[in-house]
Structure formats: structure tokens, C-alpha cells
Design a protein around this ligand. Structure first.
Ligand code: 5AD
Ligand code: SF4
Length: 471
């Protein structure tokens, strides 16, 4: 699709600001400041999207609450990646009927990946009549106009057209802390892995203009942000759709030139598009963390083919070797799906042997969940859930041992970390991350939040490290 049709004209975004102002005027007539609750499920992209929704709500004059009974507007930003995530949201939305009974003026909005699915929208339309507004990820930038419609037309609004998707620059944002920030560099996915719902709900791949990404990162660095995570469903596809193509490694090099004391992380990388150029760029750019989330999904080439992943086990392992040759200290993580339709025990054990071979620092592990509308959901799936659970537990046992061993190897070493927050734990009051992204629970003063410091690692477990500030 033509870029001029993908990047929204500034006028279209400004028109939304007019709706924001109209809503602000409407809210201003009330006897108190309206309160909004934004409830977010799923991935970092959703977290970033919610921060934009909060920016719009703030500009409408809203304060924020976590209490549904105190809220005037509730926005549930949903995830569709697995059935469990959807069940949870339906439970939450069902409960909100009580808040609406107490306060009939309450406006309830459902957005995100679940909302984009027709079956979900129909279910909400028919069985969850207390929900006022439903909109998919491609309509997020129009939230002020949609919400204004709910108030003025006094009817339920559904905006879930199956769109290619656009890019809206200049949306307001509320960021959670002054230390870490998310920056979306692209939206959508074109890969159509056979199990995945994302390409059906987040539209086609579209990259932000490099100048817009660079301006946002520069602004964040100038504001003092210390860790900036670049987001995309597959960041390695960045730039393919730009008029003057530039790839993700080129973008990293440009970002790295921005002066300052900060780290760049990114996710997610698709192994089929990650290669030597990316790994060498990461190694050469001092601001880029040596951290790679490289989801393999399966260790069986047969299953990988059925998943439409575009690489074999051997090709994947070769990429890992390349990454480690370029960055011997790279921290590697991955996503795994156990129990893809038709997967045999032998194939699942190939995945276990792959993780034994790679020795990831950590894994995100899932049991396959059929997503209606995806090709994999139509495949015969004869293996019982209980059997898949046995394979899954074997995978976890292996990974827990490996993570424990890798973490133990840190003990006694001094590492540089960014102190990123308070933990609430009186013994280990600070949380921090190594450059590779490993969690370090720390003893130290809360004034250290936002600083890079050297810490001595004094202990470890499967999930984290423990350390003390070096003096
Ligand atoms: N079932 C289980 N896991 C899934 N993922 C994506 N779709 C499914 C599904 N249908 C996992 C993949 C992906 C991660 C974000 O979620 O491992 O990388
Ligand atoms: Fe889903 Fe595959 Fe796209 Fe990731 S790359 S969002 S797993 S289709």
C-alpha cells in the first residue's frame, strides 16, 4: 500500500484533538474531575498502546484510578494470543456489570486484539450489553472521536473494520516512570505463523519514518530516560515498506549516535530475518544492549515448517552461533510452544534438546492454544492436554536448571545495572537490570532509582540475581 495512505496526515490526528477538547468541555461541566481506569493485558505493545490511551484521557481532563467503582470511564485493553487471556478478560468484563449498575453514567470500553475479532465483538454486542465502546488496535488513534460518539449519540459504538492499519504520529502519551520507555517502531505483522492470531488483528506491517523514531528517542534521552525498548511484532522487518528503504540494523546505528547515558533494547526479533548485519551492529553500538529475544517456538524442523516459521532447527542454531560469535556476552531468551497440533513426543523432546543445546538465559513457554480463524486451529490435534502438560513440565525442568546454572555463574561478579524501581520487599528494596536484561534484587537506598551503578552479585535463583551496591 502507498505510504501516503499509511501515514495519517497531520490534519487527521489534529481533528482527534478537537474531539478531545470537546470531551474536556463536556467533562468540565461535571462537579468533579472524571476518573479513568485503564486495564491492560498482554504484550509490551499493548502497554505502549495503553500509554497513548492514557495520554488522550489525560488531555480530556481525566485523572486515573484502579478502582472500577470510582471510575467514570473504563478501558480494557485486551490480548487474544491464547484462550486463557481471553477467558480472563471476559471474566473481568462480566464483573463490571455491577459497577455499571451502581453508576449508569459509567462508560465501559473494550479495545486491543480481542476486540478486533468478529466473534468477540458479536459476543460483546449480544451478551455484554453494559459495554459501550469496542474498537480494535487499528482504530486506537480515533479513540477521542469514538468516545465522543458514545456520549453524544447515546448509543453503543463498534469500530472493528478489518483495516490494513495506519501510522498516527504525535499522539499524546503518559509514561509510567522516568526511567524506562517503550517506543513502537512498527506495527502489524505479515508473517502469518500458522498458530498466531496477531496478523489477523493488528493489520499489515508498517514502519514509522526513521526521522519520527529518532526524534522520539532523542526526546526521551533528553528527558533523562535511561532504557528505551524499541517495539514491533517483528522488528527485523523494519523499513521494508519505507519509500527509501533502511533496515533495522541501520535504524539501530542511527539511534546509537544520539549522545547520552542510555541503553537501547528491542523486541521481538524473528529468526528468519535476524542475521550477521544485525548482530555486528549490536556489537558495534555502545548504546545497544547485548540482549536478544529470538523466539524459536520449536526445536523440530517438521513442526517449524507446519508453523510456517521460515527456518529449520539447523538454520536457527546457526543464527545463535553467529550472535554469540559477534557478542560472547549476549543474553538470549526465547518463546516456545509445546503441543502444536500433530506434534509428537519425539518432536517435543527435540525442543527440549534444542534448549539444552542453546542454554537460554530464560524462556517464555506456552502450551498451544487454538485460535479460531488461524490455519493451525483446523489441524487434527489428537494429543491430550494432560500429555502436553507432561512434555511441558520436562521443558520447564530443563530450563529451570539451565537458568539456575547461568544465574549461579554471576555470583561473586561485579556487574553494571540500571536501578529501575522499588520492589516493596523490605529485604531487597530495589529492583534493577543488568545490561543483558537479567533481574537483580538489590539492597540499597531508593535514591538510586534511575541510576547506573556497579553491584556485586551475592546470590541467585532460577529467576533472578541478588546483589549489593559496590562502594
Ligand atoms: N498458542 C500458544 N502460544 C502462542 N503464541 C502465539 N500464538 C500462540 C498460540 N496460539 C506464543 C508464541 C509467541 C508468543 C508471543 O506467544 O510463542 O512468540
Ligand atoms: Fe505471531 Fe509469528 Fe507475527 Fe510473531 S511473527 S506476531 S508469532 S505471526
Amino acid at each position: 500500500m502507498d505510504r501516503t495512505q499509511v501515514v495519517l496526515p497531520a490534519g487527521a490526528v489534529r481533528r482527534q484533538e478537537e474531539f478531545t477538547q470537546r470531551l474536556a468541555a463536556l467533562y468540565h461541566q461535571r462537579d468533579r474531575q472524571p476518573l479513568a481506569m485503564v486495564d491492560t493485558y498482554g504484550c509490551q505493545q499493548n502497554v505502549a498502546d495503553s500509554q497513548r490511551l492514557m495520554g488522550m484521557l489525560r488531555d480530556m481532563g481525566c485523572g486515573f484510578t484502579q478502582d472500577p467503582n470510582a471510575a467514570d470511564v473504563i478501558v480494557i485493553n485486551t490480548c487474544a494470543i491464547r484462550e486463557n487471556a481471553e477467558k480472563k478478560v471476559f471474566g473481568v468484563v462480566g464483573q463490571l456489570v455491577h459497577a455499571k449498575e451502581k453508576n449508569p453514567d459509567l462508560i465501559i470500553c473494550l479495545c486491543g486484539c480481542m476486540a478486533q475479532q468478529e466473534v468477540v465483538a458479536d459476543k460483546i454486542k449480544n451478551s455484554y450489553r453494559h459495554v459501550d465502546l469496542v474498537f480494535g488496535p487499528q482504530a486506537l488513534w480515533k479513540f477521542p472521536e469514538l468516545l465522543y460518539g458514545v456520549y453524544t449519540e447515546k448509543k453503543r459504538v463498534f469500530s472493528i473494520e478489518n483495516e490494513h492499519g495506519s501510522i498516527a504520529e504525535g499522539l499524546p502519551v503518559v509514561r509510567e516512570s522516568g526511567v524506562k520507555a517503550w517506543v513502537s517502531i512498527m506495527y502489524g505483522c505479515n508473517n502469518f505463523c500458522s498458530y498466531c492470531i496477531v496478523p489477523y488483528v493488528r493489520g499489515r506491517e508498517r514502519s514509522r519514518e526513521p526521522a519520527d523514531v529518532l526524534a522520539e528517542v532523542r526526546g526521551l534521552v533528553e528527558e533523562g530516560y535511561k532504557e528505551i525498548t524499541l517495539l514491533g511484532q517483528n522488528v527485523n522487518s523494519y523499513g521494508k515498506d519505507l519509500d527509501s528503504p533502511m533496515d533495522f540494523a541501520d535504524l539501530l546505528r542511527e539511534i546509537d549516535k544520539i549522545p547520552g547515558d542510555y541503553l537501547i533494547r528491542f523486541m521481538t526479533s524473528h529468526p528468519k530475518d535476524a542475521g550477521q548485519k544485525l548482530f555486528e551492529t549490536m556489537a558495534a553500538c555502545p548504546h545497544v544492549a547485548h540482549q536478544l529475544h529470538l523466539p524459536v517456538q520449536s526445536g523440530s524442523s517438521r513442526v517449524l515448517k507446519a508453523m510456517n516459521r521460515g527456518y529449520t532447527r539447523e538454520q536457527y542454531l546457526e543464527k545463535v552461533r553467529m550472535a554469540r560469535a559477534a557478542m560472547p556476552d549476549v543474553v538470549l531468551t526465547s518463546d516456545i510452544i509445546i503441543g502444536f497440533p500433530g506434534e509428537t513426543e519425539e518432536e517435543a523432546m527435540e525442543t527440549v534438546s534444542l534448549i539444552e543445546e542453546v542454554r537460554y538465559d530464560a524462556l517464555f513457554t506456552f502450551i498451544y492454544s487454538p485460535r479460531p480463524g488461524t490455519p493451525a486451529a483446523k489441524l487434527p490435534d489428537p494429543v491430550s492436554r494432560a500429555e502436553k502438560q507432561v512434555w511441558f513440565d520436562k521443558l520447564l525442568d530443563s530450563q529451570n536448571r539451565i537458568s539456575g546454572e547461568l544465574h549461579h555463574a554471576y555470583v561473586g561478579r561485579t556487574v553494571r545495572v540500571l536501578v529501575d524501581g522499588e520492589s516493596g520487599d523490605p529485604v531487597w528494596p530495589l529492583s534493577s537490570r543488568t545490561h543483558g536484561g537479567r533481574l537483580v534484587h538489590l539492597k540499597g537506598d531508593t535514591s538510586l532509582v534511575g541510576q547506573y551503578i556497579d553491584v556485586k552479585v551475592t546470590g541467585s535463583n532460577t529467576w533472578a540475581l541478588f546483589g549489593e551496591v559496590q562502594r
